[in-house]
Design a protein around this ligand. Structure first.
Ligand code: UD1
Length: 393
């Protein structure tokens, strides 16, 4: 049984967010840390990797995330510049606040950058969403995942296959704890407040009547550099989307990277049809509303694979691999790669009623953050007491 008070002399948990997919993971964790007895003291650090209103501010409001205590304001840059800049600016934060540990989530550049600073200063690293592997080392996120787990001290996993991946990389069982999926905590906590899709279109100045189609509508997102940075890859993908739009209307929430590349490559015409509604990146509650009533989702996102599985909405993932295999094995996700004919086939299958039904995976139950709070409090307090035990024995 733990005391009601956090031990004097045990520092706060520094919680790091950097980019959009981190925000929905951190929100339930901060709430669970506050609700736990004893409450875990926290300091929220935003690296500033994502910074604009659509990618950042709206999500903070939607998710009821507290204002960051510290913003490192690193902004955009090459991967090396972004990672180095986060490291340079994060180190003095550790010196000033002497945390009990640093908690990082997911696989973005900020995740690895902060973990690297910690390991060199002997500050324990806690990684939420550990052990996911696409086995594709060309993905920057895969490198971030592998390295963060190697130097992480406490690793929280979302699915059981992650444990096997970590074990294969030589990570001891004692460092790993299966807690479930904090993304789904956010989804379940916010589902009631989702903004209806018609309202989202109205607000964006689009005609909501487009959604009124016998086949329903599909939600599209694309942002992976491998899909959107090269015109030879992007053009056939956009052509395939155009063809799909003849079967059912598409709502395409465009990442800034994708928008810039479409415009730069002169491909805007491929999307210029009334059947494709182009929106800027959406708030969390808007996206949740769009997903909840969609007939299907076409995306290369990591998070959407999980959210569609939790919602029971079919998802066609425009990638050759996934680090979230449970969404394919148990959920509604199908990998279609980047081949336009496979995308068309996948859509036809769903529209003919033979798409996947799926089920919700173990521990994707809205209580993952609670499990993290309970485990982490015990782990930190035990570490804190350890030297005293050793000294008295
Ligand atoms: C990052 C993550 C990726 C995650 C994605 C979600 C890494 C390696 N990648 O990729 O895992 O799925 O976020 O969005 O960390 N930009 C803006 N406004 C912003 C942020 C970015 O316009 O608020 C522009 C940048 O100028 C840049 C582009 O978007 O040109 C990409 O941003 P960046 O943070 O480099 O990576 P993402 O592609 O967003």
């Amino acid at each position: 049984m733990l005391n009601e008070e956090w031990p004097a002399g045990l520092g706060p948990v520094i919680c790091v967010v950097g980019a959009r997919p981190n925000f929905m993971k951190m929100a339930p964790i901060l709430r669970a840390f506050r609700a736990h007895r004893p409450a875990l003291p926290t300091l929220l650090v935003h690296t500033g990797q994502h910074y604009d209103r659509d990618m950042n501010d709206r999500l903070f409001v939607d998710l009821r995330l507290p204002h960051p205590d510290i913003n490192l304001e690193v902004g955009s840059g090459t991967h090396a510049v972004q990672t180095a800049e986060v490291m340079r600016r994060f180190e003095p934060v550790l010196d000033a606040h002497r945390p009990s540990c640093v908690l990082v989530v997911g696989d973005v550049n900020s995740t690895l950058a902060c973990a690297l600073v910690c390991v060199k200063k002997e500050v324990p690293v806690v990684h939420v969403e550990a052990g996911l592997r696409s086995h594709d080392r060309l993905m920057p996120e895969e490198i971030n995942r592998v390295l963060t787990d190697q130097i992480g001290d406490r690793l929280y996993t979302t699915e059981r296959s992650a444990h096997a991946n970590l074990a294969r990389e030589g990570i001891a069982d004692e460092r790993i704890c299966f807690v479930g999926n904090v993304m789904i905590d956010s989804l379940l906590a916010n589902r009631e407040c989702a903004v209806p899709a018609t309202r989202t279109l109205q607000l964006a100045g689009a005609d909501p009547a487009v959604l009124d189609h016998p086949q329903g509508y599909a939600v599209v997102t694309l942002h992976r550099p491998s899909n959107v940075d090269h015109v030879d890859r992007l053009r056939p993908l956009l052509r395939a989307l155009r063809e799909v739009s003849e079967k059912l209307p598409l709502v395409f929430a465009m990442h800034p990277r994708t928008r810039a590349n479409v415009e730069r490559s002169g491909l805007s015409d491929l999307l210029a049809t009334q059947r494709i509604v182009l929106l800027p990146p959406q708030g969390y509650l808007e996206m949740l509303g769009l997903l909840s009533s969609a007939r299907l989702v076409l995306s290369d996102s990591g998070g959407l694979q999980e959210e569609t599985t939790a919602l029971g909405v079919p998802c066609l993932t425009i990638r050759e691999n996934t680090e979230r295999p449970i969404t394919v094995e148990q959920g509604t996700n199908t990998l279609v790669g980047c081949d336009p004919s496979a995308i068309r086939r996948g859509v036809d299958e769903i529209l003919s009623g033979s798409g996947k039904i799926g089920r919700v995976p173990e521990f994707w139950d809205g209580r993952a953050a609670e499990r993290i709070a309970a485990d982490l409090a015990v782990w930190l307090i035990a570490r804190h007491l350890q030297p005293a035990v050793n000294a008295s024995s």
